[in-house]
Design a protein around this ligand. Structure first.
Ligand SMILES: Cc1ncc(CO)c(N)n1
Length: 228
């Protein structure tokens, strides 16, 4: 566990995942980024898939605007869509361009099944359920990369070629968006479930959504390691 705090709901969900959270945030792929030992081909394979992931992830955050009940929820969801499509994806476009992969090729790439499973699971959580179901499924992506970025910023090998990736997530812009997402989710949980939210009848189902999305993150790293 790191010192990054993204709110009370997240802390409950993370601790309710048991070893699953560590399997995600300390995955061999993450260690490869940290030490610089990750093969470039595996990184690029992951990055192309992650570009496609972010396209669908932005769609899911846009569904948050649709399912929101307050203007504050709408604002946070809209800012997150902006951060994804106008900022985070620039990293993918830049690194892939340097490797000779242009953006049209990225957009048209074939999705790996782990990518399809994850992104459509999140979208379905939001379509079938309400705003909280959607947030529980979106939370591991946001806060996991936030934790990884913050940790690796201090621990990564000075020689790692993945410094630009690490900095994207350690950056105060990304961390700032994640802090506001954490506050918004806490307020959304309080509004719908009350202060004893973790004892509410709905909590186990939300915990299950978070745990499933966390397992899908592990599968996404596995897919990256497997390579093209
Ligand atoms: C698979 C995955 N999870 C989370 C993030 C963070 O946005 C990302 N870029 N990719």
């Amino acid at each position: 566990m790191t010192g990054v705090a993204y709110g009370a709901a997240f802390a409950h969900w993370r601790d309710g995942c048991g070893d699953g959270w560590r399997a995600y945030t300390h995955h061999a792929f993450v260690e490869g980024l940290e030490r610089g030992s990750l093969p470039r081909a595996a990184f690029l394979h992951y990055l192309v898939q992650d570009y496609l992931f972010l396209v669908h992830f932005a769609r899911a955050w846009s569904l948050g605007v649709v399912k929101a009940e307050t203007l504050d929820e709408m604002k946070t969801c809209a800012s997150t869509v902006d951060a994804l499509v106008n900022h985070e994806m620039s990293l993918h476009v830049k690194i892939c361009a340097e490797a000779g992969i242009d953006e049209a090729t990225l957009f048209a790439a074939t999705e790996e099944i782990e990518n399809v499973a994850y992104t459509r699971y999140v979208m379905d959580a939001g379509l079938q359920g309400d705003f909280l179901d959607l947030m529980a499924a979106l939370a591991p992506c946001c806060f996991g990369y936030g934790e990884i970025g913050a940790r690796l910023d201090g621990s990564a090998d000075a020689q790692t070629p993945y410094r630009d990736w690490i900095e994207t997530y350690a950056d105060e812009d990304y961390q700032g968006v994640m802090a506001s997402v954490g506050q918004m989710i806490d307020a959304a949980v309080l509004r719908r479930l009350g202060p004893d939210f973790a004892k509410s009848a709905r909590w186990p189902a939300l915990q299950d959504r978070f745990a499933t999305a966390t397992r899908l993150e592990v599968a996404f790293w596995d897919m990256g390691l497997r390579g093209a």
